[in-house]
Design a protein around this ligand. Sequence first.
Ligand SMILES: Cc1cc2nc3c(=O)[nH]c(=O)nc-3n(C[C@H](O)[C@H](O)[C@H](O)COP(=O)(O)OP(=O)(O)OC[C@H]3O[C@@H](n4cnc5c(N)ncnc54)[C@H](O)[C@@H]3O)c2cc1C
Length: 371
Amino acid sequence: MGLASAWALARRGAAVTVLERFGHVHDRGSHSGHTRVTRQAYHEGSSYVPLIQQADREWLALGQRAGRELLARVGLLLFGPPDDHELLAALETCRACELPYERLVGAQARARWPFTMPDDWLACFDPSGGYLRVGPCLDALAREARDAGARIHHGVAVAGLEHGPTLAVRLADGSRLTADRLVVAAGAWLPSLCPALLPGRLVRQRRILAWTTPAPEHVAALSTIPVWGAFLPDGFFYGFPHGSEGVTGLKLAVHTSKQQPWLQTPVDPDAVDREAHPADLDPLARVLAEHLPIGVGPFTTTHACLYTNSPSMSFVIDRLPGDPRVIVAGAFSGHGFKFAPAIGLHVAGLLLDEDSPLPGLSVRSHEQGPS
Ligand SMILES: Cc1cc2nc3c(=O)[nH]c(=O)nc-3n(C[C@H](O)[C@H](O)[C@H](O)COP(=O)(O)OP(=O)(O)OC[C@H]3O[C@@H](n4cnc5c(N)ncnc54)[C@H](O)[C@@H]3O)c2cc1C
């Protein structure tokens, strides 16, 4: 989000410096794992759709200018029991936004793809869904930001902000940089840089992304499946077609699970356990065995990744209370990546003192508690 903000600001003529404590694309924060789902059949609410569509247009244009396909539009298949309220919400978003979707029953979905599910389950096929290639997306943003004059520094950690008459950041090496305005998009580290922002209420959580190596005879069939999301009685699981996007294999993960209450446990991003354990992988293996049996195989690669959630699960994009020179952009929880260029454009607008709200999104008060 910081890079997307720099991209948008530099293209509008601002003199931008990006400070990144690690490298250009790394595995310590929230963007690791090579691919991210993009989808318009949004069970989180139809109000996100205009923002996704804006981001989609930007990703496509960035890809065209970069000569690289950033968004693989392989479609999205959601499925689950017919009374699952999140699946029904995704279908309702498609209907309300007049998206070109298909509503299927389990037997119809089984006839088209190698997923298994009861006959009476429901499925929603969203042809506009697919996945974004994280490295190439961030390369394209960085290239255009630099071309517009942004200076991007890696290996430079910000130790703190100084909110005096002159706005400044203190760097880990003891030096200081002043700025007219500041964007803090530090992912899971936002609470350390802005402790007064929703104190104690921005929760960081650990998630494991895993890749299986299925039997070779199933690779061709698994390479043509859409991105998928299963609203199961236990929770929400999702995955990608078999591919070679950074890792060769079949990628899948869990978003929420009643049987894994530790997914809700707050973690410290500097001390989080980055190893995958049987307790992480066994539930994924069970979901594959039950719903995509040809994908079963040994787990050959895993990555740990960090969510940051606000109390209402909404994104936090605002002027910092107490210092309007600082724009914060965080709490993108488990679904922010697809929006990055649209968020960057909005952050640039806020920083340049424009008040235009994000298309379709309302502002919620986090002080009121979960909404
Ligand atoms: C397992 C998992 C799966 C996900 N799946 C999807 C998906 O399918 N689709 C989707 O749209 N989204 C998805 N997301 C969410 C998405 O990846 C995140 O919302 C997004 O990457 C958040 O971006 P960010 O810029 O806030 O954080 P990051 O990408 O972590 O970037 C923050 C950056 O700030 C730097 N930083 C932090 N502190 C400092 C400091 N003090 N000084 C200098 N630099 C600092 C960090 O090094 C980091 O590079 C997923 C997230 C996870 C964890």
